[in-house]
Design a protein around this ligand. Sequence first.
Ligand SMILES: Nc1nc2c(ncn2[C@@H]2O[C@H](COP(=O)(O)OP(=O)(O)OP(=O)(O)O)[C@@H](O)[C@H]2O)c(=O)[nH]1
Ligand SMILES: [Mg+2]
Length: 270
Amino acid sequence: MAWSSHAASRSRESIAAVSPPTAAPGPAVGLVLPTYNEASNLEAIVAAIRPRLGSGGHVLVVDDSSPDGTGEIADRLAAADPGVSVLHRPRKQGLGPAYVAGFREALDSGADLVAQMDADFSHDPADLPRLLDAARDADLVLGSRYVDGGGVEEWGPLRRLISRGGCAYARAVLGVEVHDLTGGFKVFRREVLEAIDPPSISAFGYAFQVETTYRAIRAGFRVVELPIVFRDRRVGESKMTKRIVLEAAWRVPAMRLPGGRRRAQMRAAG
Ligand SMILES: Nc1nc2c(ncn2[C@@H]2O[C@H](COP(=O)(O)OP(=O)(O)OP(=O)(O)O)[C@@H](O)[C@H]2O)c(=O)[nH]1
Ligand SMILES: [Mg+2]
């Protein structure tokens, strides 16, 4: 893969320049950044993320042919920085498929840790080092709004209710201890993604986040939640739809059933 060689050579260069010869390089981090119409956020968010990933870090923008030119901005950033690359997809297909494609590319490129976050500054890039660091002792690290010290700012009461209610619903139906199942600020050790088979998850919205975490728990991986404060998107338009919320409502119980994954896929296809 093109970007692994960039990441590896960058890592070697900076180690040679700044570290004693015995210092071990940090983990190779691949951060998947899905975008749809984030032209006003992309350059600033990439600039904020890059220095926080460590020397082996790489940002992979996964753009679904945004009509506002996000993909072209991503190309420009990638041309200027070997630590950035872009996956262009032909049309808007939802977050789930964008993550599946991004995870695949990150794994193929040799990432030890695969991170994911939103491109609209709802997830604070300053939290990245803390989340990445926690992956030393955990297999999946969740940035969590609903543990002590976490929270949500600037959302109205309805959006808060949907999010809180959705997490409580998923937690009760799935019988898991995790408080924030729908959040999208996560760090996976590569072994988790190799084990949980993301391409077989057909969800396109919040249900995708629920299912990756649920599968990791079921597979016996250690999942930890770290508090984060989620802020409303800085600029740009919301893509949350009733369809995404309803999808989560019916898919969550389907995740529990024996053969539920297959049934859910068939239902989505039909
Ligand atoms: N590639 C891709 N990215 C998407 C798609 N839908 C949303 N995104 C991106 O995924 C991230 C999360 O989506 P958001 O639209 O911010 O979803 P949200 O945070 O629930 O809602 P708002 O912030 O209110 O819009 C953002 O970086 C979006 O640009 C999609 O269909 N394809
Ligand atoms: Mg958002």
